[in-house]
Design a protein around this ligand. Structure first.
Ligand code: SAM
Length: 399
């Protein structure tokens, strides 16, 4: 029987990627750490032993999704696997594989069952699922020189906050003029990036959940019921995971659900509910869908500095119908204090790959109200550390 997707993303078969790796191990680890700490005599070996146990505790509590995000931002069932067998199956030099696996085991990502034999942990098992494993290829293998050489890029520019989309640390590191999306695709990792987009917020409360944003009261009530009327347009919606989720929540929402992204990305869609209309669109051009009930952008504006966002927003604004259309921006709204690591880590990715940023509340008001001339109706919080939904409309005309 095919695996069923749950409300918030992964299939029931894959749901372990959003669950703690090993909750049962936690009480014993806590007890052991406390005991070791009580007799801790500041020796270096004692400290190292404690670090290993603490790492094991973190790994037991983390979900595979969190571990993947932590790193970025092979599947053999549950049986032990001999290095020599695996090396022969994969066509890899067994000395090389043995060194790699010994290190992964020392770091706690594999369990050493005997000499040159290892078993997967829950986390390494999840690496066999494309949305987890491919995230590493998309986010580390082809762009990581950006963060690595950020210091050099920044020193040469006098340590100013970078805000030029055409001059990024990633472009500097690879000697390319392509933006991060084009560069990933150029190296053959475009679909891996799509997989990452399908996984980075798995397990978070979806914005369309009634306890987050009341879709019925704010969008469905009062919407044009003509089946041809555009209801929700996902601009830069990648391969459609957010609209697919929306359609599951509200299969009877009136009008059309429209997915927009660049032609190359629309062409990479493998499987999408036929209720969702696919549209090739460049958000720097005129928005062809006028007067939709809602335009939606999820982690698109964070990819661009304010001047580019302002021009993207002008295209949306020109298509909105006063008193009817909403713009929904699903992004982090970083608090003035106590920012959560997922938001700040994402900010570092934006900084080093795109000369862009995650925005604070003040930065959002500046961009949306002061610069773009839209009105923020309300910022709906997704909970601590989660992305918010910024609900906007056209300003009412003055008499
Ligand atoms: C960070 S991803 C977000 C994807 C999706 N909204 C999500 O949150 O999962 C940014 C998206 O913007 C798209 N994009 C980049 N430049 C674009 C452009 N000029 N016009 C339309 N989409 C674009 C990318 O292809 C990508 O799918």
């Amino acid at each position: 029987m095919p695996a069923q997707r749950t409300e918030s993303g992964p299939s029931t078969a894959d749901v372990f990627i959003i669950e703690p790796n090993n909750t049962e191990a936690v009480p014993a680890l806590l007890e052991q750490i406390k005991k070791d700490f009580d007799v801790f005599n500041a020796s270096n070996q004692g400290r190292k032993d404690l670090v290993i146990k603490c790492r094991a505790l973190v790994q037991a509590l983390e979900t595979p999704r969190e571990t993947m995000l932590y790193h970025c931002w092979a599947q053999n069932g549950d049986n032990p696997q001999k290095v020599d067998d695996l090396a022969a199956n994969l066509g890899i030099d067994n000395v090389l594989l043995s060194r790699l696996m010994r290190h992964l085991s020392a770091m706690g990502y594999l369990v050493e069952t005997e000499a040159n034999e290892y078993r997967l942990t829950n986390y390494t098992k999840a690496m066999g699922i494309p949305v987890i494993g491919n995230s590493y290829l998309a986010m580390l293998s082809c762009t990581s020189a950006g963060p690595m050489r950020f210091h050099e890029f920044s020193r040469k520019r006098g340590w100013v906050n970078p805000t030029d989309a055409k001059d990024t640390a990633m472009m500097y590191a690879y000697g390319t003029k392509m933006d991060a999306f084009a560069w990933q695709r150029f190296l053959g990792y475009g679909t891996h990036f799509n997989d990452h987009m399908g996984s980075y917020d798995l397990g978070c409360l979806p914005w369309m959940a009634p306890s987050f944003y009341p879709v019925k009261q704010r969008l469905i009530d009062g919407a044009d019921t003509d089946p041809e009327a555009p209801f929700l347009v996902d601009i830069g919606g990648n391969v459609g995971h957010d609209l697919a989720r929306f359609h599951k929540f509200y299969p009877k929402a009136p009008g059309k659900l429209i997915l927009q992204d660049l032609p190359v990305v629309i062409g990479q869609i493998e499987d999408l509910d036929p209720a969702i209309i696919r549209m090739e669109y460049d958000f720097h051009m005129e928005q062809p869908i006028k007067g939709a009930r809602a335009y939606y952008m999820h982690t698109c504006l964070h990819d661009w500095p304010d001047d580019v966002c302002n021009s993207i927003l002008a295209r949306v604004k020109a298509a909105m119908k006063r008193g009817y259309s909403r713009l929904l921006i699903h992004e982090h709204v970083i608090p003035e204090t106590g920012a959560y690591w997922e938001a700040t880590a994402m900010d570092m990715v934006m900084l080093t790959l795109l000369s862009a940023q995650e925005r604070t509340r003040a930065a959002w008001y500046n961009l949306i109200e002061t610069r773009a001339g839209l009105n923020i109706i309300k910022i709906w919080s997704g909970g601590k550390g989660a992305q918010s939904l910024i609900e906007c409309e056209l300003l009412m005309e003055c008499n």
